[in-house]
Design a protein around this ligand. Structure first.
Ligand code: SF4
Length: 231
């Protein structure tokens, strides 16, 4: 089954994508959402022009067994691929920890994938009612938050992260999002200011937008045992 995993790219070594681990990142091909700020638009189509054969990916990982701690399945949206659980098992059998980056587009498939992961970087796109304006997909907010419920119920280690482009996020909505996440029981939260070098929607400004909100970050920081601001 895992032989069908479609991998659209690979980063051989990173310390940023799985906290505290030396990891390789596999970018899984395909995504059902169209986030306006998506910085990997080449991974959205179900088939990519530069896909890597899964056997060659395994060969690469075999040669790195003594050098890497973990393999992170990122995307795109890895949980849309039926081959993901099998691929995770193969990687684990080689001795690697398994990381997952996901927005939980299909909650049931996400829950299955979480069961095979040691750590999850979960994209909370926004307040459930605001998410469709970011992803372009109706009911995507419901799916995103249902998957968050699965994640918190699983007991698997995680970080929730939200990407912010100030054209898509009012500061007051970001504060409300943080409050809702806190009420949901989220303990580890990160806000990532968008990377504007490459975005799906050319209408979005690629100039840094300054938003001056007194004490916004301090308010949010105080809500979580762990909070990180990136970018
Ligand atoms: S940012 Fe959005 S569109 Fe891009 S891969 Fe992630 S979920 Fe899909």
């Amino acid at each position: 089954m895992s032989r069908k995993l479609r991998v659209g790219g690979l980063v051989p070594l990173t310390t940023l994508d799985y906290p505290g681990q030396l990891a390789c990142v596999l970018f899984c091909q395909g995504c059902a959402w169209r986030c306006r700020y998506c910085h990997n638009p080449q991974l959205i189509p179900p088939r990519g022009s530069e896909e890597l054969d899964w056997c060659r990916v395994l060969g690469f990982l075999q040669r790195r067994q003594d050098l890497l701690d973990a393999v992170v399945f990122s995307g795109g949206e890895p949980t849309l691929q039926d081959g993901l659980p099998g691929a995770m098992e193969e990687v684990r059998a080689m001795g690697f920890r398994v990381g997952l980056h996901s927005a939980g587009i299909k909650p049931k498939a996400f829950a299955r994938a979480v069961a095979g992961a040691d750590w999850v970087g979960f994209d909370v796109k926004g307040l459930a009612e605001d998410v469709p304006a970011i992803t372009g997909v109706e009911r995507s907010g419901v799916a995103n938050w249902r998957s968050l419920e699965h994640l918190l119920a699983s007991g698997v280690d995680y970080e929730c992260r939200t990407t912010v482009h100030w054209q898509l996020f009012e500061p007051a909505r970001l504060l409300l999002l943080a409050q809702r996440l806190q009420a949901f029981g989220v303990k580890r939260f990160a806000v990532q200011l968008v990377r504007t070098a490459r975005m799906l929607d050319p209408q979005l400004s690629d100039a840094p937008v300054q938003v001056m909100v007194p004490d916004l970050w301090q308010h949010i920081r105080e809500m979580f045992p762990q909070f990180v601001l990136r970018g």
